[in-house]
Every structure is written in C-alpha cells, then in structure tokens.
Design a protein around this ligand. Structure first.
Ligand SMILES: Nc1ncnc2c1ncn2[C@@H]1O[C@H](COP(=O)(O)OP(=O)(O)OP(=O)(O)O)[C@@H](O)[C@H]1O
Ligand SMILES: [Mg+2]
Length: 259
C-alpha cells in the first residue's frame, strides 16, 4: 500500500553541453513517488530514463528543478554528505551488475559496509543472511566470473540491500538476462516491495513493467504518461522459493549495533 511522499520531483532538468549544442536529457519532469510504490520507468532509447534514475539515486545532480527526498532538498548536500546519504538510503542495481570482478561474492556484498566503516564482526551474520536470501551462500567464495548472469544480478541485489535502504533503484535489471532468469529478479523485487521497500525500475520491456504497480513513461526528456497497472502480474519462479525477506530487514539487530 502506497504511503507518504518519498520523492517529489518538480520541473527537473538535466542538460549536457556537447560542444556548441545542448542535449536536453530531462527537460522539465515532475513526478511524485510514495513510500511502498513499485514504479516502472519506460520510454524509448535516449528518452531520459537512466538520467532520471541516476538523479533519483543521487549518482548525478540536476541542472535545474527540485528533487525532494522525504521533504529534504538533496541538491543542498555536499558531495560527502550525498555519498553517505546514498550509501544508507538507496540501493542501486545496474543492467551490467557493476560487480568487482576480482573480488569474491562475499566481498562484493560487504562493500557498502566497508565504505561506511562498519566493524567487520558486526556484519558477518547479516552477510550470511543476505547470501542465503539470494540463494548464493554456497557460492560466497566464487568470483563473479564464475557465476551466471542471473547469479551476478542476485549478488548485486544483496549488495544493494546490505544497508537496508528504503528505496531500491534498478536500471534495466533484466536487460542482460534471459526471460526466465529475469523473472527471478522481478520476483525478488516484488517480494521486497510487498515487505515495504519502494522499488523504481527502468525497463524498456512492456511485459516486465506489468509486474510493477505503476508505469511512468518519458519521451524526449518529458513525462508522457503516468498510469496505474490494473492487474499487477505476479512473478513465480521455483528456484528462489527460499528468498526470505524477513531475514534481511532489521539491520540494527542483526548488525549487533544495539549492544
Ligand atoms: N554524459 C552525457 N553526456 C552527453 N549526453 C548524454 C550523457 N548522458 C546521456 N546523454 C544524452 O541524454 C539523453 C538521455 O539519455 P539516457 O541515458 O537518460 O537515455 P535512456 O532513456 O536511458 O536510453 P537507453 O534506453 O538507451 O538506456 C540521450 O540523448 C543521451 O545521448
Ligand atoms: Mg538507459
């Protein structure tokens, strides 16, 4: 069930200067996203989907316009504050996984905790839980090169969840996967969303968008349409029936930060 405003975007613009030309990647987008929503961002290639997602994920800043997160103007944060905010509040998942190829699965999942200087003994149990949740506990000492695409994306999801963010952003998360493997990823997103996470996913795949609750379409840097999905499809794969959302929440207890 959608709750309070999480994101308020008003007249958002992102321009790139290319020699004498200006590319208007976003040219005045306004959209509100509530807590607990599962939104697909659609649109043709070059329409501005990734640009919008990167700004929402604090990986980029707008040229103009407002972006409020829980009423807070993130543009005003310094780079260091913004990085900390991103580390704590946002999980970002990329089409090409963006894993460290020479590090183990476990080290990849640990990475956001290392950046926020969490003590190692505090997070061992939490990493175990996450690896179990995405079905990769047995493969924790492998490197991404030894995994399938779907397994790599599950490592990326575990890494995105390690700090228990409120919001998960994914740019074409199924784009490099076959449709069956893609469905496993969508099923994880649906389970996370049912457990209360806000999920925003860029996809160009109409079928994939039917598994979300709302579809926002952009075109030439502008919002073209915004519609509710009438009958949200339910993803069901057999291979991931062990995915257990309960075990990956309550970070404070698991990390031992209470003691
Ligand atoms: N760093 C950049 N410098 C210059 N132009 C850019 C840059 N990043 C994006 N653009 C331009 O901004 C527009 C929107 O790009 P964006 O990556 O957001 O599109 P997209 O909808 O994600 O496309 P795709 O479906 O191909 O991933 C495009 O015209 C693109 O060429
Ligand atoms: Mg893109």
């Amino acid at each position: 069930m959608a709750g309070k405003d999480l994101i308020c975007v008003k007249n958002l613009k992102r321009y790139y200067k290319m020699g004498d030309n200006i590319v208007r990647a976003l040219d005045g987008v306004s959209v509100d996203i509530h807590e607990g929503e599962f939104v697909s961002i659609m649109g043709s290639s070059g329409s501005g989907k990734s640009t919008l997602l990167y700004i929402l994920g604090c990986l980029d800043r707008q040229t103009d316009g407002d972006f409020l997160y829980r009423g807070k103007e993130l543009m005003k944060l310094h780079d260091k504050e913004l990085s900390y905010f991103r580390n704590q509040e946002i999980g970002f998942i990329f089409q090409s996984f963006n894993l460290l190829m020479n590090a183990s699965v476990r080290q990849n999942v640990e990475l956001p905790l290392v950046y926020c200087h969490e003590k190692k003994r505090n997070y061992r149990k939490r990493i175990d839980m996450l690896l179990n949740a995405v079905g990769l506990f047995e493969k924790q000492n492998h490197t991404p090169l030894q995994l399938s695409g779907g397994q790599c994306q599950r490592v990326a999801i575990a890494r995105a969840l390690v700090n228990d963010p409120d919001m998960l952003l994914a740019d074409e998360p199924t784009g490099n996967l076959d449709s069956k493997t893609g469905m496993e990823i969508i099923e994880i997103f649906q389970k996370l969303n049912e457990a209360g996470k806000t999920v925003i996913m860029v996809t160009h795949d109409k079928e994939v968008s039917q598994y979300s609750k709302r579809i926002v379409t952009v075109h030439d840097g502008l919002l073209l349409s915004d519609e509710t999905v009438k009958d949200q499809m339910k993803a069901k794969s057999e291979s991931l029936n062990q995915f257990d959302t309960k075990s990956i929440f309550s970070k404070k207890v698991e990390m031992g930060t209470k003691s």
